[in-house]
Write a protein that binds this ligand. Structure first.
Ligand code: ADP
Length: 319
């Protein structure tokens, strides 16, 4: 392979820049040229291409977000757009692509590979919702961001004898809530993977208060309900002092943690090593502290495994 492209797509995640840097420098060191594609798949259709030299990725390893910008491109599900994208890339001599993004972005990468354009996926999403890899890029930093907020909210909650519901990101995956709930010492964790009715939540909080807890934190994944809905129900149905906080988009940003910088660098380095061997249609990931790669079709077909063991442990240590 002589010339490869790189893009970031879907939701941004801290560590994407570390991956871009690793891809660019590894490829150049292997004798390849690198083209940066701006704003995800939309950028291929718009021909928003820029050459990436060694120095184009200086001073970015520590920056959140993505220097290539990201976007959603609804039309990319269409065969016609995918063929046009391949044409645009081939026109400037590109013969391989690295896509950094989540589940949706990987569907785009799969489509390009199936149509004959070798593409490698790097999992970049704070949600940690890709089953084939133990961790995705950005998850660790997002959890640390939540933890900082959770610790501060705990101070004020305990001073006021109050229970606070903290809504974190995660529509289908409760991993941010699960991990930050455990690490932040939450009294209760509410996630889409474990169905709980509002009445059951109320019962658990009343029991906690009867056991002597005068304050506490409830970490709620956004996919279950809004913090406001749950707060209003609990205010109506109990005598407890209840508040709600939504952490929102701050979870996506910020300086990547050591772990996400390492992961981004390792993923980027590994992705280029595959393209160098003319291998496409793969996604990279981490398993048991080792960088691994899988066929995209197989990786996307793996059903998500929920860490029941961690959830069970959380219920014990929060007593
Ligand atoms: P994420 O990659 O973070 O999951 P999205 O689900 O929004 O984010 O997907 C990002 C982009 O990937 C979409 O805007 C679209 O361009 C592309 N994409 C998503 N699903 C498909 C699909 N089934 N086929 C082709 N491209 C897709």
């Amino acid at each position: 392979m002589k010339k490869i492209g790189i893009l970031t797509s879907g939701g941004d995640a801290p560590g994407m820049n570390a991956a871009i840097r690793a891809v660019v420098r590894t490829a150049i060191c292997s004798g390849m040229e690198v083209v940066g594609i701006e704003r995800g798949y939309q950028g291929i259709l718009d021909k928003s291409f820029r050459p990436m030299g060694m120095r184009s990725v200086s001073d970015i390893v520590q920056r959140g977000g993505t220097i290539l910008r990201t976007a959603r491109c609804a039309d990319f599900v269409l065969d016609e757009c995918q063929y046009r994208a391949i044409e645009n890339m081939r026109e400037i001599g590109m013969d391989g692509l690295v896509v950094i993004g989540g589940d949706g972005s990987f569907r785009g990468a799969q489509a390009l590979s199936n149509k004959g354009f070798p593409t490698i996926g790097i999992p970049g999403t704070i949600d940690n919702d890709l089953a084939y890899t133990e961790f995705t890029l950005g998850f660790h930093t997002a959890c640390n961001t939540c933890l900082e907020a959770i610790d501060k909210i705990r101070d004020t909650s305990s001073s006021h004898d109050r229970f606070t519901i903290i809504e974190v990101m995660g529509r289908h995956s409760g991993d941010i809530a699960l991990y930050t709930g455990i690490a932040g010492g939450a009294e209760m964790i509410i996630i889409p993977e474990v169905k709980q009715t509002f009445s059951e939540i109320k019962k658990s909080l009343i029991e906690a208060s009867q056991k002597g807890k005068t304050s506490g934190l409830v970490v709620l994944a956004e996919g279950v309900c809004t913090a406001d809905e749950l707060m209003k129900f609990l205010q109506r149905e109990t005598d407890l002092s209840i508040r709600a906080t939504v952490l929102g988009h701050q979870q996506r940003g910020g300086t990547p943690s050591m772990r996400d910088r390492m992961l981004g660098t390792q993923f980027g380095y590994h992705a280029v090593s595959l393209l160098k061997k003319d291998v496409g249609n793969r996604v990279v990931g981490i398993s048991k502290e080792k960088i691994v790669d899988y066929d995209i079709d197989e990786a996307l077909a793996i059903p998500r495994k929920f860490r029941k063991d961690l959830y069970k442990m959380a219920n014990v240590v929060s007593q």
